[in-house]
Design a protein around this ligand. Structure first.
Ligand SMILES: Cc1ncc(C[n+]2csc(CCOP(=O)(O)OP(=O)(O)O)c2C)c(N)n1
Ligand code: SF4
Length: 284
């Protein structure tokens, strides 16, 4: 378990306000490792843009020295799509909460996956609305007790992997903040994937939903992944084990390719093209 963050070239100097032992530390560390791995794979950090929602997870934006955009609660996936469409030359990753993306912003996830937007969504899945002090989230287990469900939640949780698969995501993976090396590899592969990537990261919240013991017992590497679609769904539905790895991967044209046909709206036109435009304006 990691409960501090080392100072390095990707640190921002901002005071880290996560609780000691929070799973978000593991995600931050894995992301930094992934940024360095991506630089070795042709993705310089200057081309990388991160987007965050609002919540404990979103503070990763404050703690990782990468360009980006602090979005609204539930709107990080929509913002990430907008950035990618405005400049397809950028590599865009959204860090979202499970409350943020399985609740208020679930429609953005579904449609980004459906259209195969070429972005990566990393969901910090702590099964709770943590920043607002522990209310039940759409991913909270049946029986979860918090301020909004003092007698225990009477609802079953949503399954994020099944939603991503059924919506059309072309890269679907599950990681665990307690396995940082494997998580860094998953994040790297997700960002390199051309198309919509979804990584569900199991993230214990030591204050409101401490799942370390359960995850240590239940998580295990996924065997044989990536799997065929139906097998990926079956593996995603397992409750007796929580497999970790890439469940599904597919090649499909991206939304940006389909919509822009290779054009980059942010690219500066050539000198000749600019001169032609001025001539047309002046001469008609
Ligand atoms: C539109 C809107 N609705 C509600 C809120 C209040 N709010 C801020 S953070 C949060 C919960 C965050 O939970 P989650 O997305 O799971 O992130 P976590 O804090 O657990 O990382 C809520 C409801 C808000 N800021 N904006
Ligand atoms: S409340 Fe939970 S999610 Fe927030 S910093 Fe503390 S342990 Fe992490």
């Amino acid at each position: 378990m990691s409960d501090t963050a080392a100072k390095d070239d990707l640190s921002t100097g901002a005071e880290i306000t996560w609780c000691r032992g929070c799973g978000n530390f593991g995600i931050l560390e894995a992301f930094k490792t992934a940024v360095r791995a991506l630089e070795g794979r042709g993705v310089p950090r200057e081309r990388l843009v991160i987007v965050a929602g609002i919540g404990q997870h979103a503070k990763i934006f404050d703690y990782a020295a990468v360009s980006g955009f602090y979005s609204l609660h539930g709107r990080a996936v929509a913002t990430a799509q907008g950035i990618k469409l405005a400049n397809p030359g950028l590599v865009v990753a959204a860090f979202v909460g499970d409350g943020d993306t399985m609740g208020e912003g679930i429609e953005h996830l579904v449609f980004a996956a459906k259209r195969n937007a070429d972005i990566t969504v990393v969901m910090h899945d702590n099964g709770v609305y943590a920043l607002t002090t522990g209310q039940r989230a759409p991913t909270s287990a049946r029986g979860y007790r918090g301020p909004s469900t003092p007698r225990g939640s009477v609802e079953d949780p949503l399954n994020p992997l099944v939603i991503a698969l059924e919506s059309g995501a072309t890269f679907v993976a599950r990681g665990y903040s307690g396995r940082k090396k494997e998580l860094a590899e998953l994040l790297t592969a997700a960002v390199l994937h051309k198309g919509f990537s979804f990584v569900d990261v199991l993230q214990p919240c030591v204050t409101f939903n401490n799942t370390y013991a359960a995850y240590e017992e239940l998580t295990a590497p996924l065997e044989g992944g990536p799997l065929a679609f139906d097998d990926a769904l079956t593996a995603a539905r397992r409750q007796d084990r929580l497999p970790l790895g890439v469940f599904y991967r597919a090649d499909k044209p991206t939304h940006e390719e389909a919509l822009l046909g290779g054009r980059n709206p942010a690219a500066r036109p050539s000198r000749d093209a600019r001169r032609d435009r001025v001539r047309r304006l002046l001469v008609g």
